[in-house]
Design a protein. Structure first.
Length: 158
């Protein structure tokens, strides 16, 4: 029997767990952004310090399998207040099991209102995932170029 998915707000005590999950997330993103490790073999980042406003942790039983870092400011287009997913990651072994979709549904239920989600167009897994899980009704999609990188931004309400 599969374990139930828990999606809960993260606490300061969860910060090291999310920092560990971020290493796998950054590893996956390195394919598109050329991120390199430091001398200790870790990806350096300031993500948690920059967007720890509304962190969430996804778990199956006691096993962490993903996270989301939300902000109240849409950073790509000036559209505030809204919920913006600054970072969203599910560990690769749990892809295509519905965990990302279910976690996102719980985030939407916890924070009804205006939302915006963006992804790097060359990130094929993200470009396949996000259009399938973002609500279709009333969605407003834009293509953007930020520092020469092509992004898709979708605004919607839940």
């Amino acid at each position: 029997m599969p374990l139930p998915l828990e999606v809960r707000p993260a606490t300061e005590a969860d910060r090291p767990v999310i920092a560990n999950l971020l290493q796998f997330y950054l590893y996956d993103m390195a394919e598109w952004f050329g991120t390199e490790t430091n001398a200790a073999g870790r990806y350096e980042h300031e993500i948690l310090d920059e967007v720890w406003a509304h962190p969430y942790l996804f778990s199956l039983g006691k096993m962490p399998v993903g996270f989301a870092l939300l902000t109240r400011t849409c950073t790509i287009r000036p559209r505030s207040p809204c919920w913006y997913i600054a970072e969203f990651g599910v560990l690769r072994p749990y892809w295509r099991r519905g965990i990302g979709r279910r976690a996102l549904g719980r985030l939407f239920a916890a924070h009804p209102g205006e939302w915006e989600i963006t992804w790097y167009d060359e990130n094929r897994p993200a470009a396949a995932f996000w259009p399938r899980v973002i609500p279709q009704d009333g969605r407003e999609q834009h293509r953007l170029s930020v520092h020469g990188i092509r992004w898709t931004s979708v605004a919607f309400s839940v």
